[in-house]
Every structure is written in C-alpha cells, then in structure tokens.
Design a protein around this ligand. Structure first.
Ligand SMILES: CC(C)(COP(=O)(O)OP(=O)(O)OC[C@H]1O[C@@H](n2cnc3c(N)ncnc32)[C@H](O)[C@@H]1OP(=O)(O)O)[C@@H](O)C(=O)NCCC(=O)NCCS
Length: 332
C-alpha cells in the first residue's frame, strides 16, 4: 500500500475518491444523506481563499482503498488543521486508515499546525464504544465536543410555520425579515460576513476554542459559487435593522434535483439577541424552501449538545435526533 497526492482535476481519481467516501461514510448509517458525485467533486474543486486543502489517496497496487483530506485555515485559526480519512469498507483493519491519518497529521505539523481536529458520525448507542472512537483514541486523539445530528421531515404544515412566525413577530417587530435565493446582495454582504465570522466563537465547541473566522464578501461569493456548482441552491434568510444591518441570519442549502436540504449556520448578532430572531429567520427560510422546492423531504442539521437556545428552536420546529457527530482533537 502506498500514499499518493491526488490530482483533484482527474475525473477517474475523483470518481474513485467519491466511491470510497460514499461507501465508507455510510456504514451503519442507514438512510443518512448521501452526496452525489457532482456534489462531491464540485465541493472538492471549488476554491476557498480561506483554506488550503491537501488530498491524498491510499493505493493497493493501482486500486484506491482510502482517501484523506487535510484542511489548513489561512486567514484565522492558523494553528489548527482539520482532516478527514475514509477507508473502503472492504479494506479495513489493514492499517490504511492509520497510514493516512499519520501522514496528514505529520503534514499538518510540518506546516506549523499544533492543533489537529476531525469528526466522525456515530450512532447514539455506540458513542463510547464505536470503532471510529477507538481508531482515533489509539492514535492520541481525545474527544473535544459532541454535536447531535437532527433531521426534520418536510413539508411542514403552513399553519405551523405561520404560528412560529407570528410567535416570533411578537418580539421581532422592529426588524424586517427577507429571503435571498441563489444570490446575496453585495450591499448587505459585509454585514452578513460579520455574523458568519462570529458563529465559530459563540457556538459551543467543547474543549477547543476558535477565534473569529475571517469571512469576506469574496469568500461568501466563493461559497455561493460552490453551492451552485453542486447543483444546490442557497436560501439565506436575514433579519435587517431599519438601517439595513444584518441582525440575524440562517442558511439552507437545497438540492435542486434531490430531496435533501442542509442547514448551515444560524446566528443572531450579540446586540440583537432576545427578540426571537432565530425562530423568525428559520421559520421563514423553511417556508421559502418548501414553496420553491416541494420535492425536498428532509433537512439535516447538527448542534453542540450544550447549545440550548438553538436546540429549543429546532425541537419546537420538529427536528428529531438521529446520531452523534463526535469531534476529536490532538495537540502537538
Ligand atoms: C475509522 C477508519 C478510517 C479506520 O480505517 P482502518 O483502515 O480500518 O483503520 P486501521 O486499520 O488503521 O485501524 C487502526 C486502529 O483503529 C482501531 N479500529 C479500527 N477499526 C476497528 C474495528 N472495526 N474494531 C475495533 N477497532 C478498530 C483499532 O485500534 C485499530 O488497530 P488494530 O487493527 O491494530 O487493532 C474507517 O473505519 C472509516 O473510514 N470510517 C468512516 C470515516 C471516519 O469516521 N473516519 C474517522 C474520522 S476522520
């Protein structure tokens, strides 16, 4: 078995990488959302000026048996790196995962990164015993955080959405709620980026602290371009102050031809909390998604298990827990 850098513009290699990623991350997760090849390769090939990605394949002769990606943040949190390792289910327990992990951790160290992070999805009943935990703990990682993955079935009853929006409106009257689909207006981008950057600071992240992310209009545009290249549509609902500052935001990415929607961040600016703006933007965003994409039947989200405010809103809307996403860290 040997490790080789992967050329992300080689379609044959990317099809193999996607096959392994899909098969390897589905084991024991019946019904979990899957990424199509187009969604996978568009994500891999879309530039993000905020990070560098390093792709490695593990090969047994000429057959790819595992893939690894290392992400190094370039604009903030520059002591950290994030990685993913996935091994073909038919080639496990042969040291492939360890070889990939060791390689990526060494690369991170050589690049001056002292905190290396990853996460893995685990059924609730096996959180303490699952082999993915053992895999990481035997290689010196410790648990940093637990997030709970939740699913919401669509469509929601119009009455229910109206009830949440009305309930939110009792306290959010001073704000204007607007939804933007597929494009976000340039004149609001700077203001939205402030919120997107603070999300990593204010959301509970366990034993690892993140500094504010440098989100720029350029990176926002890159994110929109990636989503479009994936065949997904971005739904951004914001609450605006009378002078057009973004006070709250929530983002959903929706498969234009599929049945899944993915929740990205929801964030209420520190100075505007306590006005039910979180519920206000979420209710409206879901209403807009199901009006435009009636074929979408599920939304997936995940939150830190101690994120009481966000979880209260999600449970009120009807999200139900399905599995844990456990985050691990190793410090040099
Ligand atoms: C976790 C994963 C990468 C392991 O790949 P792998 O090639 O089987 O791992 P290795 O053969 O190098 O195993 C290394 C150690 O992990 C532990 N381990 C791995 N699989 C195990 C299993 N099924 N049961 C018990 N222990 C296991 C063992 O300690 C093992 O050492 P040992 O074989 O000497 O006992 C693989 O299961 C996978 O792709 N999972 C889905 C993606 C994921 O969650 N990745 C982890 C986060 S990045």
């Amino acid at each position: 078995m040997d490790l080789r850098p992967l050329d992300i513009h080689d379609d044959d290699l990317m099809r193999e990488a996607h096959r392994i990623d899909d098969a390897g991350t589905q084991v024991g997760r019946e019904g979990a959302p899957r990424w199509t090849y187009d969604e996978y390769v568009a994500a891999v090939r879309s530039p993000d000026s905020g990070e560098r990605a390093i792709h490695v394949g593990a090969f047994d002769d000429d057959r790819m048996v595992g893939v690894g990606i290392l992400y190094e943040f370039l604009l903030d949190n520059t002591e950290k790196a994030w990685f993913e390792v996935v091994v073909d289910p038919e080639h496990r327990r042969k040291g492939v995962g360890s070889a990939l992990l060791d390689h990526l951790v060494a690369q991170a160290g050589a690049d001056g990164r002292t905190t290396v992070l990853t996460d893995t999805k685990i059924p609730f009943a096996e959180v303490d015993t699952h082999h993915q935990r053992r895999f990481l703990e035997t290689r010196g990682f410790t648990q940093a955080n637990i997030e709970v993955v939740r699913h919401l079935d669509l469509p929601l009853a119009d009455d229910a959405i109206r009830k949440w929006a009305d309930h939110a409106a009792e306290k959010s009257g001073g704000y204007r709620v607007e939804t933007f689909v597929g494009h976000f207006p340039d004149e609001l981008a700077e203001s939205l980026c402030v919120l997107l950057g603070q999300l990593a600071v204010d959301a509970p992240t366990g034993t690892v602290d993140f500094e504010e992310e440098v989100m720029t209009p350029e990176r926002l545009a890159e994110r929109y371009a990636m989503t479009a290249a994936q065949g997904r549509e971005t739904f951004e609902t914001v609450a605006l102050t009378p002078d057009n500052q973004v006070a709250a935001q929530t983002t959903l990415q929706v498969q234009a031809d599929g049945t899944d929607a993915f929740q990205w961040g929801t964030f209420v600016h520190r100075e505007h909390r306590g006005h039910r703006l979180g519920l206000a933007v979420k209710a409206v965003n879901l209403r807009e998604v199901q009006a435009r994409h009636p074929h979408v039947t599920r939304v997936t989200t995940q939150n830190g298990e101690t994120n009481g405010y966000m979880i209260d809103i999600n449970e009120q809307i009807g999200f139900r827990p399905v599995e844990a996403s456990v985050e691990f860290v190793k410090r040099a």
